[in-house]
Ligand binder design. Structure first.
Ligand SMILES: Cc1cc2nc3c(=O)[nH]c(=O)nc-3n(C[C@H](O)[C@H](O)[C@H](O)COP(=O)(O)O)c2cc1C
Ligand SMILES: Nc1ncnc2c1ncn2[C@@H]1O[C@H](COP(=O)(O)OP(=O)(O)OP(=O)(O)O)[C@@H](O)[C@H]1O
Length: 307
């Protein structure tokens, strides 16, 4: 996939673009992509996604410490899977946030990106203080010669799907609902780091994952997950929490991989986990035997859920 940045402007071809933060690449975003491909074919234009890095809200409201559904790398990989072979990544800065809607259209959409068609969602806003909307874009489209297509809201159970709603859903542990809005399971990718070495003694060795700090971590608890390792998929029991039975102070994200050869050394490997189902909240047990009993039950249930 070709990734363009401002050093490549103006682009050397006419485009059908869709533009947004596109965190998570959910079903609403995918409706925009389908429309972009349709129009680009009809009009003989290059289909192009224009996205921002960092996420605009991280620049405009840094105090909120927004956690993301996708890192830039993950987003680009998902866009490639959607069928895009070209993506523009615009560095989002305070200066870019200050550009007026009119100037953004003239300079970026028309001059730099050579947009002849623009696909946006029902609630798209752009430019300084979010003053640009579909109506303004349509008016400027007539002036500069690009068509504007607005895509109606894609909903799940009467609620409009959005990255914000998916984040809130994951924070509640509702990973199945999040999967429905994403059109795939939520994933975390992390390097295996060393834990306290306790898991092995309990009979349930775990791979402790180091997750990029910008990623959203679902609610604490135990989950049925798929674990991807060396192009193979394994069922897994994942625990997010503070291991209260042992009074740990740091949040750990650890996965017991079912059906894995016990001696396999996973340190420093990258693991991908896909959240399938919330199993239970994390508990403080009064004895290690009770914890072992519970984890064993969790694994039985997880096996039933996944296989
Ligand atoms: C499926 C699963 C469920 C777990 N549930 C709990 C729990 O409810 N309470 C708790 O204190 N620890 C729980 N743990 C965490 C164990 O205490 C943890 O795996 C053990 O302390 C090993 O830590 P280590 O990897 O740092 O050695 C769970 C672990 C797994 C794999
Ligand atoms: N459910 C949806 N249906 C149709 N279009 C959508 C939907 N969600 C987002 N869009 C459109 O996708 C584009 C990119 O939006 P953006 O990346 O801000 O997504 P978002 O899910 O609304 O994010 P956030 O919740 O962070 O505001 C916008 O044009 C927006 O209108």
């Amino acid at each position: 996939m070709e990734i363009y940045s401002p050093k490549d402007f103006p682009l050397p071809f006419d485009t059908a673009i869709t533009i947004g933060a596109f965190d998570g690449i959910h079903l609403g975003h995918r409706a925009l992509f389908q429309e972009t491909f349709k129009i680009s074919e009809l009009k003989g234009l290059v289909p192009l996604v224009v996205t921002f890095n960092p996420h605009p809200r991280k620049v405009i409201q840094p105090h909120l410490e927004l956690k993301l559904l996708t890192t830039l790398e993950e987003k680009l990989e998902l866009l490639e899977r959607e069928g895009f072979s070209r993506v523009v990544v615009l560095p989002f800065t305070k200066a870019l946030a200050e550009i007026t809607a009119d100037l953004f259209v003239e300079k970026y959409l028309v001059d730099y990106l050579r947009a002849k068609a623009v696909v946006i969602g029902f609630n798209f806003r752009f430019g300084r203080s979010r003053t640009g909307d579909t109506e303004l874009l349509k008016n400027l489209g007539q002036k500069y010669g690009f068509q504007v297509t607005e895509v109606p809201p894609v909903k799940l159970e009467d609620k409009t799907i959005s990255s914000t709603l998916i984040r809130e859903t994951l924070k509640k542990g509702e990973v199945e609902k999040a999967s429905k809005m994403l059109g795939r399971n939520y994933t975390l990718i992390g390097k295996v780091i060393s834990g306290k070495g306790r898991g092995k003694k309990l009979g349930f060795p775990t791979a402790n994952l180091l997750i990029p700090s910008e990623k959203l971590i679902p609610a604490q608890g135990v989950y049925a997950v798929w674990v991807y390792l060396d192009f193979q998929r394994f069922p897994g029991a994942l625990n997010i929490g503070y291991n209260p039975t042992f009074d740990e102070k740091e949040l750990s994200i650890e996965v017991h991989i079912l059906d894995l050869n016990g001696d396999m050394d996973l340190y420093n490997q990258a693991l991908k986990v896909e959240f399938v189902k919330f199993i239970r909240g994390e508990k403080k047990f009064s004895s290690i035997e009770e914890l072992i009993q519970q984890i064993s039950q969790d694994c039985q249930l997880i096996r039933k859920v996944l296989i």
